[in-house]
Ligand binder design. Sequence first.
Ligand SMILES: [Zn+2]
Length: 254
Amino acid sequence: MLPSYIIMFEKTEGIVLRAIEYKDTDKLLTVLTRDLGKVTFKARGVKSKNSKLRAADQLFAYSEFTVTDYQGRFVIKEAVCKELFAELQTDIELLSLASYFVQICDTVAQESDPAPELLSLLLNALYALSKLKLPQTMVKAVFELRTACIAGFLPDLRACAVCGREDPDRFNITQGVLQCATCRSEEVNGIRMPVSSGVLNAMRYICSADPKRLFSFRLSEESYAELSQITESYLTMRLERGFSALDFYKSLFL
Ligand SMILES: [Zn+2]
């Protein structure tokens, strides 16, 4: 245990998941960081005009933070904003989808548990949405399924869990396994969704691809929609919760 007068500095990169006003001029930022996992940073004086921390306090902003760890509280000493993803703030579909992604990260990430994989996935997904303008359903599906893998819910997509056939046509979202429509057993029960072979191959790809090549596959629009329904059902089933930003995003298409 260090004496309390010793002040430690730490550098880490992170994306702002939440920002709430605190006192007159401060904000409390919930940040997904590479080294500290999900963490709360206090941004002192950030609401004053000349604050050097402005920009870094915005939702989705990706920055390198230098923080002071003083008696278990992190205070931002310096923040170098690397990317704002400003495109997300001006398009309601992109904004709500990106908000859904940060809500997922907020749920999955743990305090004091380094999250390099999740941070890089979120960063790549926000980049794919805002800069590359990739299809939203595709980015959503990749993010959902890959997050499930990172969170410890890697599905078994090798073959039918009952008969061993390699091209089954059902995905069991309760158990994360494949089945043929006609294959049932006492051990393998739960909710099943139809899965076409193209979508199954995309799921296998998403679970195993190099992080840099995650978004390098293409399907038809109908197949993206099928994929996205499956990955959404699987992730929300595994996390045992819904997301307000997802409900809002889906309401935009009704
Ligand atoms: Zn089977």
